[in-house]
Structure formats: structure tokens, C-alpha cells
Design a protein around this ligand. Sequence first.
Ligand code: ADP
Length: 186
Amino acid sequence: MRMVFIGPPGAGKGTQAERLIKKYNMAHLSTGDMLRAARDAKTPVGLKAEEYMSSGALVPDEIIVSIIEERLGQSDCDGGYLLDGFPRTIAQAEALDEMLAKKGTPLDIVLELQVPEEELFTRLAGRGRADDNPDTIRNRLVAYRNQTAPLLEYYGKTGLLKSVNGLGTIDEIFDRVVEEMEKVNK
Ligand code: ADP
């Protein structure tokens, strides 16, 4: 399965992703994790990314697209992957489409995890990551609304988009996601 996972910060994508990659044998490509690792290793890309991440802004498309392009070329992605946190802008989605078209490996599913904004704020404020302070959280939610939510229309037009209610227990949500995955069944 080649899957894109979309949802606002705090929707629980990471938690569900951990389970999904096991069930469907997918490589887990979390751009947030990749950027945090690059930042902690103080690579040039990581240091540049940190300037954006610390305020809750998105890092520039060209940085993230080149990271993903390199990562998708690694052999563990041949059997399928879950993209978690990418694409996050229309430009990133277009770049991804182009990459995959060249390889002849289109996406199988785009899954949206839906959670209301009030709930997101509460969850994020209780989590305690370095970029989980109130101002940064607000910026990340705004970035989602303005830059990432337009992807729902973009993927809606392709027929790949499935939306799942992200409120409930971890097991309940997982079951809902799996139900959609099984309809694709690759
Ligand atoms: P969240 O929990 O806010 O969804 P992530 O762990 O996915 O966060 O990402 C953390 C930060 O990394 C984002 O706020 C953003 O600055 C940066 N980032 C991650 N993925 C992308 C992307 N695809 N494009 C631009 N910036 C990104």
C-alpha cells in the first residue's frame, strides 16, 4: 500500500501510523520525525528547518520535497509506505504526483483523520513537545487550515480520499481506518 495520511496536528496520526505500518508492512515516512532527527544531528538541513519548526511554520517546500524524493528511492519503500506529514501543501502534492508518475507507482489511498479544532488544542497543549507551546500550536493549526486543508479538495477530485472520524478510543479509530484500507486492499 502506498498511503498518504492527512490530519491536523494532534489528530493522532503518529499513533495510528505505528499500528498501520505493522499491519500492512509499510515503511513509515514521518517528515516531522525526519526533520527532528536532522535538527538534533545539527545537519545543515536540520538547522535550517529548525528556524521554521520552532515557530510552527512549515519548512520550505524544496527542502522537504528533496528529503522525500531521496527517501522514496530507498529499497524499503518498494513494498509500500505510509507518508505521515507529507504532502502538506499543494506544491508538495504536485511534486509527489510527478515523482510517482515517473516511477509508475501511483498512490493507493489518501486517508484523512478528522478531529475538531477545540479538541486538537487540548490534546497538543497536554503533550509537551518543544513546539507544543500555545503560540506555536496556534500557528501550526493555522498552517494546517490554510496550507494543508486545501489538499482535501485536491485529493477529493482524484477519488483517493477517504475520511475517518478521529474521535474515540485508539482501537475504535484504528478499526475505522482499517475498514477503509480493506476497501482498497492492495
Ligand atoms: P504536527 O504534530 O504539528 O503535525 P509534525 O511532527 O508532522 O507535526 O511536524 C512538525 C513540524 O515539522 C511542522 O510544524 C513543520 O514545521 C515541519 N514539517 C513537517 N512536515 C512538513 C512538510 N511536509 N512541509 C513543511 N514542513 C513540515
